[in-house]
Ligand binder design. Structure first.
Ligand code: HEC
Ligand code: HEC
Ligand code: HEC
Ligand code: HEC
Ligand code: HEC
Ligand code: HEC
Length: 392
């Protein structure tokens, strides 16, 4: 079908009603716009809309040709979406497809956790099979997840600062998932082989740009001392199960996460799984200095050389880690802090904030010592982001 027909005929009205037009070229390269694996809601597909067509997500009057395609009912939704954009942690427009079953014809194949896709751990029970499951840990299942209601109340429609102290804001009312993704741009990077130029993420401070697709937006460009963890069961490295370990194939996730988590922004969490909730999330700095917080030893802090190290971290030099080396971006079967179920080839179990959890994380993954002379009270008394007593 011609591009003009494909985009314009069904969407003339939509484009007139909505403020910013979506670029056709970018959209057709996006995962949702793909004519081979893009959006295809069964009910709209039956009405003749081709795979990738905007109509699989947007409906002009909640009705096409006199009938309302499934799901029917409800009021006209914001942004002319076929369903409410965001209702709760487990009811979200995106979950209408990004779950098992759902409205996408044939379901969605690439829908799994970070440890599975980019760490290679396919052990049964260690990963989430769908994005909806990844977010269900905060309430419906054991584990921990980023809490979307707080994205709505603390991030969208607010002015926040990025790690350089520069203000940014996103419109109130957009989907909380779209703080980190742009549904019109996100590409599929894990369509074997892994392809870093096809990034799925956008930084909240730069919503209309994909993040990590350009070489200047990778870990290696920001940190010359980055070394990616091993791939599960191998001495190949994340995220591509290859020998590349310098982060030249990895989006700079530190920059993504520190758009929100830095020394400036106060984020109040009501996440039921956050230890001590409700409370403000700790501020942190991945840099060498920051006013008001203690910079992290796992960040850029000069001279904080890793001690009692496991391979591949044995060079004895300073190193800077990446947030997703330890954390899942969406959620994890581990009960606290979205800690990954496996890191650097080791299975990790953090059930609570007591010593065995931290020992599982610190000693299985990266350090070789089982106890150390500072082992008094719980590890969590001393080791946390911004921790002053021994740092983190
Ligand atoms: C009509 C069904 C549908 C809806 C609704 C939907 N998606 Fe998707 N999404 C897909 C399909 C199909 C793909 C490509 C599947 C694949 O890669 O196997 C995809 C891919 C993606 C990707 C790229 C990553 C990848 O591995 O392909 C991201 C990111 C994404 N979706 C986020 C979202 C967000 C955020 C929302 C809500 C704003 C959303 N999706 C709503 C069907 C949908
Ligand atoms: C995967 C579902 C999905 C598909 C497919 C999709 N959109 Fe959207 N669109 C959204 C969501 C969700 C929003 C609401 C803003 C948000 O939450 O990010 C939105 C918002 C918009 C907006 C409002 C401005 C903006 O960018 O926020 C326009 C205009 C738009 N879409 C046009 C289109 C057009 C044209 C197409 C096809 C070329 C299309 N959309 C395909 C999900 C989709
Ligand atoms: C805090 C930022 C953040 C939020 C919020 C977020 N994501 Fe993601 N998402 C990521 C990161 C980081 C990745 C993994 C990196 C990548 O794929 O490049 C990812 C990956 C994905 C993928 C691709 C998974 C795959 O198998 O490749 C999909 C689909 C997706 N997210 C959908 C969603 C949906 C739906 C929501 C809301 C319910 C959401 N995301 C909220 C950061 C986020
Ligand atoms: C768009 C802003 C935003 C971005 C980007 C973001 N977060 Fe968050 N994060 C939040 C909000 C809001 C909360 C508070 C709600 C909650 O507790 O989940 C939070 C909470 C957290 C928590 C505590 C949750 C718990 O239960 O322990 C962790 C851990 C976390 N984020 C890690 C990350 C990581 C890692 C990244 C990058 C992959 C990231 N965040 C990117 C907004 C963001
Ligand atoms: C070495 C593993 C590791 C790395 C790397 C790491 N974290 Fe964490 N993170 C943890 C642990 C352990 C906790 C729980 C202790 C704490 O609260 O600091 C945690 C907690 C958090 C919390 C919740 C803080 C609170 O108020 O309880 C946020 C937010 C967070 N991390 C964000 C990040 C971001 C952003 C990055 C990258 C800049 C990052 N983390 C890198 C291990 C890590
Ligand atoms: C009273 C505070 C305190 C407690 C409690 C504590 N640590 Fe430490 N930890 C430190 C200090 C201080 C260092 C040295 C930091 C440095 O050299 O920069 C350290 C270093 C480490 C290191 C680096 C390697 C090494 O052995 O020197 C690891 C790993 C570590 N701690 C893990 C743990 C674990 C796991 C627990 C709980 C069983 C724990 N710590 C309890 C303060 C503490």
């Amino acid at each position: 079908m011609e591009l003009r027909q494909y985009l314009l005929i069904p969407f003339l009205c939509l484009l007139l009603l909505l403020s910013r037009p979506v670029s056709a070229g970018d959209y057709l390269n996006a995962a949702h716009g793909s004519s081979s694996y893009g959006v295809e809601r069964t009910s709209t597909s039956t009405l003749g809309y081709a795979q990738g067509n905007c109509a699989h997500c947007h409906e002009q009057h909640a009705s096409i040709g006199g009938d309302e395609p499934v799901p029917a009912g409800g009021e006209a939704s914001d942004y002319l979406l076929f369903d409410a954009n965001h209702t709760s942690q487990t009811e979200n427009f995106c979950f209408d497809c990004h779950q098992s079953g759902g409205y996408q014809t044939g379901g969605i194949s690439l829908n799994k956790s970070y440890s599975y896709n980019f760490g290679g751990d396919t052990t049964a029970g260690s990963y989430d099979s769908t994005i909806k499951d990844s977010f269900s840990h905060a309430e419906a299942m054991a584990g921990s997840s980023h809490y979307l209601p707080d994205f709505v109340s603390q991030v969208l429609g607010k002015t926040l600062k990025n790690a350089d102290g520069v203000n940014w804001s996103l419109p109130a009312g957009i989907n909380p998932c779209d703080a980190c993704h742009n549904p019109h741009l996100a590409q599929r990077n894990v369509n074997s082989p892994y392809d870093a130029t096809k990034s799925a993420i956008s930084r909240p401070s730069d919503h209309d740009n994909r993040w990590g697709d350009d070489a200047s937006e990778r870990m290696s460009a920001a940190y010359s001392d980055y070394l990616s963890p091993y791939w599960w069961g191998s001495t190949n490295h994340e995220p591509a199960n290859s020998t590349t370990s310098d982060g030249s194939n990895l989006p700079n996730y530190v920059r993504l996460c520190t758009d929100c988590h830095n020394q400036y922004n106060t984020i109040n969490s009501t996440n039921p799984r956050l230890p001590g909730s409700p409370r403000a999330i700790r501020k942190l700095s991945w840099k060498t200095t920051a006013v008001g917080v203690t910079p992290d030893g796992h960040g850029e802090l000069d001279g904080a050389t890793i001690v009692y190290a496991r391979a591949p971290y044995t060079s004895g030099t300073n190193m800077t880690l990446n947030c997703t080396d330890c954390h899942e971006p969406h959620g994890s079967p581990n009960n606290i802090f979205l800690i990954r179920s496996s890191i650097n080839k080791a299975a990790i179990s953090t059930t609570d904030t007591t010593n065995p959890s931290w020992q599982s994380l610190c000693y299985n993954a990266c350090h070789t010592r089982a106890t150390h002379s500072w082992d008094r009270g719980t590890c969590y008394n001393c080791h946390y982001h911004d921790g002053g007593h021994g740092g983190f």
